[in-house]
Design a protein around this ligand. Sequence first.
Ligand code: HEM
Length: 154
Amino acid sequence: MMPVLVLLHLAGVIVWVGGMFFAHYCLRPVAAAQLQPAQRLPLLAGVLGRFFGAVEVAVGTILGSGFAMMLVVSFKNALLHWHVMMATGLVMAGVFVYIDAVLYRRLAAAVAAEDWPAGGAAMERIRKLVAFNLHLGIATILIATLGAYFGRGL
Ligand code: HEM
């Protein structure tokens, strides 16, 4: 059972963290340099709408498989770095829910109304929180993998 759960867990992590890396370091800087708000914001709203739909599935899969693995070994036997991963993973999930449910809706509404200043403000907050989650995600991957070098966890 564990290998299947690790596979699902890592598939979700690859989609989520890999997608944030692409959006933050590749797509957004080029869109910002080459496009005016009236072109850039509808493009980013469209791309992020598709990406966030995939991330909803990925986050559900990561949390479901992560908690299932914790239950398989039981929480009291789980290694320290697994508990740290669970804590940082839950922070990331909370930040994503805020981006998806509040900020993305604000961006989509501003784009629909062609209100570019409001859209730009929503996009800037999304950018900062995606950057936060991306770097916390990279730290979580380091903890999840290298934590094993430290005996019973970190
Ligand atoms: C509530 C959230 C989470 C829980 C409960 C959880 C739990 C777990 C557990 C129990 C394992 C198995 C460890 C092993 O067999 O060595 C694991 C593996 C892993 N997790 Fe998580 N996890 C969570 C979120 C995350 C997140 C958000 C990331 C990355 C952004 C992540 C990255 C990884 C990686 C890379 C592994 C593979 C480690 C390895 O096999 O060396 N996890 N997770």
